[in-house]
Design a protein around this ligand. Structure first.
Ligand code: FAD
Ligand code: DLZ
Ligand code: SF4
Length: 507
């Protein structure tokens, strides 16, 4: 008998486990734009347009391949508003079906809902593993089980061995596993950033833009200009342009930031990877080929592959391994509400204004901006992890909880007490000044920590260290910081704390 197969908005790949055994003569694929998914967080307008348009194009791709697709658009009359209710309606209206097949979603929220569907509908629901990742969840838990520390670097080495990527026999290519020391250059004044691949909206995207404009007018962010690709061909064109022109500089400027330079040498491919328009292993293999062909240096290619084969796989494994409780910890007891400028970019702090401004415009900030600007400020100011997680879920086009939560909760906020990071990524203006040109044009002085012109990151940094001494003192990686803190005499300490209080109360 026929099977109803549900495809979610971030499952846009013909190789989904839910499609492998499809019978084109009788099965139906259901895809539905629903308010529940569009509003469980208030997504950036560009993310909504990207997901809906990519879903519509993927439905066409399946139809061209002979698949029967039932596509429910958001503004279609009769839209039931949730995936659950749309599955129920499809069972009634297009059946009979002897079962529902779906690949597991990328969030605990939706997975626990789906686990009730068989009872609710009275038909078996086959929830299949998502095998678009390089490591299975079993492989991750086998690796993680019993370990005292879950450092990404060791997981990454396992992944290199498993895939053979950048390996010479049993050894890493070039003799080192990690070339990060070579990847910390500041952007020289004379250096031009490369041109990027962007795309004009087609008719389908134009319809979606009108829909988002009317139905989500109050959501965060600018909708236009809308320049993301929305099909597999687009994603592949963006990938090829990156591999050819930009990958060679990826390593050198991986940690650099510059005003009005949102992209630097980053790939802008996470949104395509996360919805299934690109395959992570294939992308890594293509980067390796570029190195073998002499088109990109090893430090760039290793750095890029590590982000995908290492970080992306690691955070996904960790999200599922730690369970739904992971996001509830608050190790640093941080409760301050998110300041208004996170929504508007309206602040005199030039680094934050730049990172948040481009987030509003592009639904994008690169990793160092997310970690060391908006994330670092949230950490130092003791912002509530719930509010910060919610912000990161709302503002980026690539945000899905399996990848957002470990990065924000664990890496940026240290709210998990050190599951992911061996110490908090706390930094003063010194780091930002070293890695960017932000401070040059800022109203604040990056060199001072007290006084009304002193950079807020400085007083907040030391206040963070003083305030969290009891929690962090036993961390051996913090010992140098605490030795430096001891050298700050009582009067100076008081002045720093007063300045921090002043900044915090003006937030
Ligand atoms: P590049 O710098 O070109 O990196 C190449 C690819 O590696 C990315 O496309 C991405 O797939 C992967 N990658 C790189 N770093 C990470 C990482 N730390 N974790 C997982 N994958 C990584 N990434 C998301 O995809 N979605 C999120 O919601 C998200 N939230 C984040 C929140 C915070 C606080 C931080 C610090 C990082 C977050 N990241 C998230 C990771 C990273 O910042 C983005 O993947 C990256 O900025 C996307 O831009 P890009 O494609 O140009 O990446
Ligand atoms: C992100 C998103 C949005 C905005 N809308 C839809 C939708 O209308 N229908 C759908 O099937 N999926 C959507 N998605 C993606 C889901 O939210 C995503 O599958 C889950 O969060 C699990 O990762
Ligand atoms: Fe940011 Fe401080 Fe530098 Fe201004 S001085 S750009 S606030 S780090």
């Amino acid at each position: 008998m026929a099977v109803l197969r549900l495809i979610l908005g971030d499952q846009l790949s013909p190789a989904m486990s839910s499609l492998t055994d499809i019978d084109r003569s009788e099965d139906v694929v259901l895809m539905a734009e629903v308010m529940e998914e569009a509003s469980y967080v208030g997504h950036h307008k560009k993310k909504l347009a990207f997901v809906f348009s990519a879903m519509r194009h993927f439905a066409d791709e399946l139809r061209e391949d002979g698949v029967t697709v039932r596509y429910v658009a958001l503004d279609e009359s009769g839209n039931q508003g949730s995936l659950r209710a749309e599955v129920s309606r499809a069972l009634d209206e297009c059946g009979p079906f002897d079962r529902v097949v779906v690949t597991k979603p990328g969030e605990w929220r939706l997975l626990s809902d789906m686990e009730d569907w068989a009872n609710l509908f009275g038909v078996p629901v086959d929830l299949r593993d998502d095998d678009r990742f390089i490591a299975s969840l079993e492989e991750f838990s086998d690796w993680a089980e019993g370990r005292k520390q879950l450092r990404m670097e060791y997981f990454y080495r396992e992944m290199r061995r498993k895939t053979g990527l950048l390996m010479e026999g049993d050894d890493p290519a070039g003799g080192e596993w990690n070339y990060d020391q070579e990847n910390r250059k500041r952007l020289p004044k004379s250096k031009q950033t490369p041109q990027r691949w962007f795309c004009e909206p087609d008719e389908t995207t134009r319809d979606v833009l009108k829909l988002v404009e009317t139905r989500f007018a109050d959501n965060f962010g600018d909708l236009r200009p809308f320049e993301f690709g929305v099909t597999r061909q687009h994603a592949e064109a963006a990938r090829d342009a990156f591999l050819q022109d930009i990958l060679p500089g990826f390593g050198d400027y991986q940690d650099a930031m510059a005003r009005d330079e949102p992209w630097m040498w980053h790939s802008i491919l996470s949104l395509y990877l996360n919805v299934g328009l690109l395959d992570p292993l294939d992308l890594c293999a293509r980067a390796e080929t570029a190195w073998k062909a002499g088109q990109a240096p090893l430090n760039a290619v290793e750095g890029f592959i590590r982000q995908i084969l290492g970080w992306r796989e690691y955070v996904r494994g960790l999200y599922w391994w730690k369970g739904p409780e992971y996001g509830r910890s608050n190790f640093l007891d941080a409760h301050r509400p998110l300041p208004e400028f996170y929504w508007t970019g309206d602040t005199d702090m030039a680094c934050l204004a730049d990172a948040i401004g481009q987030t509003i415009r592009h639904a994008y900030a690169h990793h160092i901006q997310r970690l060391m600007i908006s994330g670092n400020f949230a950490l130092l100011a003791g912002l509530s992890p719930d509010e910060v997680n919610d912000w990161y879920m709302r503002v980026y086009a690539d945000a899905y909880e399996w990848v957002e939560l470990p990065n924000t909760h664990g890496m940026a906020l240290f709210a998990d007490g050190g599951v992911i990071a061996s110490k908090p990524y706390a930094a003063s203006a010194n780091y930002i000044n070293k890695m960017s040109d932000y401070c040059g044009g800022c109203r604040y002085d990056p060199k001072t920590r007290t006084g009304e012109d002193s950079c807020p990151f400085n007083a907040l940094y030391w206040d963070f260290i003083f305030r969290n001494e009891a929690r962090l003192k036993d961390n051996s990686r913090m010992s140098l910081v605490f030795r430096n803190a001891e050298r700050i005499d009582g009067t100076e300490r008081e002045a720093i704390q007063d300045r921090a209080q002043e900044i915090l109360s003006n937030l």
